[in-house]
Design a protein around this ligand. Structure first.
Ligand SMILES: C[S@@+](CC[C@H](N)C(=O)[O-])C[C@H]1O[C@@H](n2cnc3c(N)ncnc32)[C@H](O)[C@@H]1O
Length: 447
């Protein structure tokens, strides 16, 4: 029998709880959470009707203890409980940050501060908060080699880029870490790449938007808009809710208002933004099943390759093709060429029709800006190319998914679960889009 890890057993238990309709487990009796709530209240956090809870499908989140209606302010966190660049500048680290060479970005400042405060243990004001933070994450810098290899090429590239940014960020600040020696005699052991990776992921996955004062000594290439917000950062994301989260300059509190009612004993979500699953995986380390914002994207080269597959197609002559490529980039039709559970995006349909035009009709290329029904012949040619495009992508995706299913063990890694979920969602989108195109073709033959 294969040995199953703790995360597998946890998920099994949660799945069983879900099947049995058992209430999710409250986390409020855990010492660290009791301490967190006590600390928050002592520092001006207003009582909420929310409790920390372990949910079967999302892990730790927040549950409503009464019905919440649209317009309710569900969290109000005073400014003194936010960690921003101002917190760091006004701390014992401030003078070091001001003199850092090369200048630090706001994300680097917050990451350094998190590591510094964590290393102070109970002496840190933030200790009750820091001890409730995850000790590791499921963002790209935590993917194993097998997990990176299992990704589709575009997502793999985004993962590697994410890692390069993190490594570059650590490398650039490393040169001046020794200046912290007066505060941290063991700075080499404290500010390691591993601790930086953790702090960086904490800032990435848990910050809310709050515009800072624009410190002249910070690198302006990264905007100063991040704030770590204890308790508020326990709220999970759902694409189907609407929330209004912002700093209220009158009350001097960071507030979350829900625009979506929530029933007592249900999980309270906020909406991070209308992100697709790739972006959620890259930035937050999770994916949403049936995410309405998920898309499979194509490049112009993908489209052209399918056009060229039809050797009789006059629309592929070299000069004409070049002209069409220029047209697409001039009209900003080279990006967001995608399909979703709703079918082909307007941009993909339009780009395909442009590519299917012949010499004579290309002068009037703008006719494709209307409905596809206005150019039935052109659209039926474009639809055939679209079918080839999607069949090809589906074939590639099937083999990527089959390999991933063999090499990834969702029983022992949550990252594996998310990667497989991402791949299967993409398969579903492609299958659905292909079916839709085929039935459109059948309908047009029947007419
Ligand atoms: C701001 S934190 C939310 C609280 C977090 N679940 C915790 O226990 O600390 C954001 C992280 O929560 C997780 N998360 C948020 N929404 C999720 C969802 N709908 N499903 C699964 N994980 C989610 C992801 O790991 C994400 O990086």
């Amino acid at each position: 029998m294969t040995k199953r890890g703790r995360s597998w057993r946890d998920r099994r238990r949660k799945a069983k709880q879900k099947e049995e309709g058992v209430l999710p487990a409250s986390l409020m009796s855990r010492d660290d959470n009791v301490e967190l709530m006590r600390w928050l209240r002592k520092n001006g956090f207003q009582e909420t009707h929310l409790v920390l809870t372990d949910f079967p499908d999302t892990g730790r989140g927040v549950m409503a203890t009464r019905n919440l209606k649209a317009g309710d302010c569900i969290v109000s966190l005073p400014e003194n409980l936010l960690i921003t660049t101002a917190t760091v500048v006004n701390s014992h680290l401030g003078q070091f940050i001001k003199n850092w060479k090369p200048p630090l970005t706001p994300k680097q400042v917050l990451s350094l501060y998190l590591i510094a405060e964590k290393s102070r243990g109970k002496d840190s004001f933030w200790y009750p908060y820091l001890q409730t933070l995850p000790t590791s994450y499921t963002t790209p810098s935590y993917f194993s080699t097998a997990e990176v290899d299992a990704l589709p090429p575009a997502v793999r590239e985004a993962t590697l880029q994410h890692r390069r940014v993190l490594q570059g960020s650590y490398k650039s600040l490393k040169a001046s870490l020794h200046t912290l020696e007066p505060l941290f005699p063991d700075w080499k052991a404290v500010f390691t790449f591993k601790s930086y990776r953790w702090a960086w992921a904490t800032v990435y996955t848990r910050s809310v938007y709050k515009r800072g004062p624009g410190w002249e000594f910070l690198d302006p290439s990264d905007p100063d808009v991040y704030a770590l917000a204890p308790f508020l950062d326990m709220l999970n994301h759902s694409p189907s809710v609407q929330t209004d989260t912002d700093f209220n300059v009158n009350s001097k509190c960071y507030e979350v208002k829900t625009e979506t009612a929530c029933r007592k004993y249900s999980q309270v979500f906020i909406n991070y933004d209308p992100y697709d699953n790739v972006r959620l995986l890259m930035e937050y380390g999770f994916v949403i099943p049936h995410n309405p914002h998920s898309v499979v994207t194509f490049t112009v080269d993908d489209l052209v390759a399918c056009l060229a597959a039809d050797r009789n197609d006059m629309s592929t002559s070299k000069n004409l093709l070049q002209k069409k490529r220029e047209l697409l980039s001039q009209e900003n039709l080279t990006e967001d060429l995608s399909c979703s559970a709703e079918g082909l995006s307007w941009r993909l349909q339009t780009a395909l029709q442009v590519l299917c035009m012949d010499h004579d009709s290309i002068c009037n290329w703008w006719i494709v800006l209307g409905q596809t029904s206005q150019n039935p012949d052109l659209w039926s040619a474009a639809r055939l190319v679209a079918q080839r495009l999607i069949s090809k992508k589906l074939e590639q995706h099937c083999s990527i998914t089959q390999i991933a299913e063999k090499v990834l063990d969702p029983g022992s890694s949550l990252i594996g679960v998310f990667i497989l979920m991402l791949l299967r969602e993409d398969l579903h989108i492609l299958e659905h889009s292909l079916k839709d195109l085929k039935s459109q073709t059948d309908d047009s033959i029947d007419k």
